[in-house]
Write a protein that binds this ligand. Structure first.
Ligand code: SAM
Length: 224
C-alpha cells in the first residue's frame, strides 16, 4: 500500500502495542490499515461519518485483512463508544489526522468530556491551527508523550502524541520537536512567524501572544 509520508510518520509514532486503536475521520483508512499490517493493535476501529466511504472500506478490509481484528463504525467521532472496550483498563489510542484544528479540538474535547475517567492517548495531526490545538490540549489535562514536525508535499505538519497519563506539559509552540539545524524546521518557523505578522495587521484579531511565542524561538534558531 502506497501512503503519504505524513501517514507513514503517524504510523511510526505508534511504537507500543495497544488493545484498541481508533482511526478517526479515517476516510480510506490508510493509517489503520498500516497498523493492521504491523499487528500493532488487538483491534483497529475505523470511524468516519460518510456511509458510502465506510461501506467501501468494509469491503476492502474483508478482502485484504480477513485474518485481522477490526471494526468499522459509521458515526460522529464525538460519539466514540469507548466504554464498550474497557476490557483490560489499558489506554485506548485515538488517532485523528487530516482535519482542521478547530474540528480536532471539538472532537478531543467531546471525547474527554464523555469519558473523564478513562485512560486515553491521542495521536493528532491537525491541518493548521497548531498553536490553538496545543493550548486546548493543555487545558484538557493531556500531557505530552512525543511530538514531531514534518514536511510532506510542500506542507508542514505537526504530529502530537498526548496522554491522560503524562505530566509533561504540552508547549504552545512545540518543544522537543524542533531541530533548528534543519532547513525544513527553520523554514517552518520563519513561515509561521510571517503568517502571524501578516495577521497582526488585522485589528479584529489579536495574535500578539502567538507572535511573541514563536519569535521567542528565534534565539534558539540563531544559536544552532
Ligand atoms: C481529509 S479526510 C482525513 C483522512 C485521513 N485521516 C488522513 O489523515 O488523511 C477527513 C475525513 O474526516 C471525516 N469527518 C469529518 N468530521 C467528522 C466527524 N465529526 N466524525 C467522523 N468523521 C468525520 C470526513 O468524512 C473525511 O472522510
Amino acid at each position: 500500500m502506497k501512503v503519504s509520508l505524513r501517514i507513514e510518520q503517524l504510523s511510526a509514532m505508534v511504537c507500543k502495542p495497544y488493545t484498541h486503536v481508533w482511526d478517526c475521520c479515517c476516510d480510506h483508512g490508510f493509517l489503520g490499515q498500516l497498523l493492521l499490517e504491523r499487528e500493532q493493535a488487538g483491534c483497529v476501529h475505523f470511524v468516519d461519518v460518510v456511509p458510502a466511504l465506510m461501506q467501501q472500506l468494509e469491503v476492502r478490509l474483508e478482502q485484504d485483512y480477513s485474518r485481522h481484528s477490526w471494526l468499522v463504525h459509521c458515526l460522529d467521532v464525538a460519539q466514540l463508544p469507548l466504554d464498550k472496550y474497557t476490557d483490560d483498563q489499558a489506554p485506548q489510542l485515538i488517532m485523528i489526522a487530516g482535519v482542521g484544528g478547530d474540528l480536532l479540538v471539538d472532537l478531543v474535547t467531546a471525547i474527554r468530556q464523555a469519558h473523564p475517567g478513562l485512560p486515553l492517548e491521542f495521536l493528532l495531526c491537525p491541518v493548521y491551527h497548531n498553536y490553538k490545538v496545543r493550548r486546548a490540549l493543555a487545558g484538557l489535562s493531556l500531557g505530552l508523550v512525543n511530538e514531531c514536525l514534518l514536511e510532506d508535499k510542500q506542507r508542514f505538519y505537526e504530529i502530537l502524541h498526548v496522554s491522560t497519563e503524562s505530566a509533561e506539559p504540552v508547549s504552545a509552540v512545540g518543544d522537543r520537536m524542533w531541530d533548528f539545524s534543519s532547513a525544513v524546521h527553520q523554514s517552518y518557523l520563519l513561515q509561521t512567524i510571517s503568517h502571524y505578522q501578516r495577521m497582526s495587521g488585522n485589528p479584529r484579531q489579536d495574535v500578539s501572544a502567538e507572535l511573541t511565542a514563536y519569535q521567542g524561538l528565534l534565539p534558539d534558531f540563531v544559536c544552532s
